[in-house]
Each structure stands twice: as C-alpha cells, then as structure tokens.
Design a protein around this ligand. Structure first.
Ligand code: SF4
Length: 175
C-alpha cells in the first residue's frame, strides 16, 4: 500500500487532535472528490516499516487522541490487507486511543462487513472491529453540507462501530 499524505495534528477528521493517514487508491471516483490525486494506487510513498514506526511513536503523545484513516479508500481490498497488521499494533499499544476510518463503502450492521460483498477480504471483520467510528458512504456532491461535523455530504453516517457490532443494529456516533 502507498499513502498520499499524513497530517500529524489534524482536528478536522475526527474528535480531538489526531494523526490522519491518507492512503492511496480509490475506485469510487466521486464527483468533486477533495483528493483526486489519491485515486491512483501508486501515488505517494510506500507505507513501509519506517513510516509505520514513526506514526506509532507520534501516537504516544498525550495530546494525540488517536488516528484517522482516509484516502483514497482505506477499505479497498489491498488496503485492508496492509492496514490490518498496522492497526493490530496500534490497538495493542494504545488501547485508549481511538481509531476512525472514512470509507466510501457501506457498513452492513448485521454481518459486520461491507455491503459491497466483493470488496470484503477474509480480514474485513477483524479490521472493522478495531474501529471506534466508521464514517461510511461515498461523497455525494449534490448532498454537500458544510454544517455537517466530520463529513462532507448528508448521506454519510458517523457510526459507533463497537455499539453497532454488539447490538447487530446501526448505532450512530453523531446524528
Ligand atoms: S471515496 Fe473519498 S477519496 Fe474516493 S473518490 Fe470519494 S471522496 Fe474521493
């Protein structure tokens, strides 16, 4: 997996001050996407051990609330496979930091996987179970609303992943 950019102190993409990792590769191609350059899976730099270790080091700061994954599309199958071992480490080292993920796919609350079943890898359940908040749904330019918190268009949902998986029904984190 490649990544397009990293914001080390981001307050726009989740609660608190966060590290935001923008991965490369996205097949949604939403109209007026904010980050078209990251559609290309080969854009940016390799998400290698060195950058993973740097993120893990930076996450130790008290003022960092957690990490947000954006793109590109973090849940493209090849990106799911790359992110799982990294997030497993983050979870083990920092159980009290939060993990937010932005996806253009849709969560199926009953199965705990993506509704777009062809995009689910065998790792998808484990990966989604590591998220605190999943912002799902592709960006729809006609539904753009700048008053919305932490998302671009009104079709996108801020899902409380842990409560949703426990209950087997959709629980929103924020309306
Ligand atoms: S899912 Fe995100 S990165 Fe992909 S095209 Fe839509 S807005 Fe752009």
């Amino acid at each position: 997996m490649n990544y397009a950019t990293i914001k080390w102190t981001d307050i726009a993409n989740g609660e608190g001050v966060r590290i935001s990792l923008f991965v490369s590769g996205c097949t949604h191609h939403c109209k007026n996407c904010f980050n078209q350059i990251a559609w290309d899976f080969n854009y940016g730099l390799p998400f290698d051990e060195q950058i993973q270790e740097k993120i893990i080091r930076e996450l130790s700061s008290d003022y960092i609330a957690g990490i947000s994954l954006l793109g590109g599309e973090p849940l493209e199958p090849e990106n799911q496979i790359a992110l799982l071992p990294f997030l497993t480490k983050v979870r083990a080292l920092y159980p009290n930091k939060t993990i937010w993920c932005y996806t253009g796919f849709t969560l199926d609350e009953e199965s705990g996987a993506l509704k777009e079943i062809e995009k689910n890898t065998p790792q998808i359940h484990k990966l989604i179970s590591m998220f605190d908040v999943l912002v799902d749904g592709a960006y729809v330019d006609e539904l753009k609303d700048i008053r919305l918190k932490f998302r671009g268009s009104s079709n996108q949902r801020l899902i409380d992943v842990q409560k949703t998986l426990q209950n087997g029904r959709m629980v929103l984190y924020l309306e």
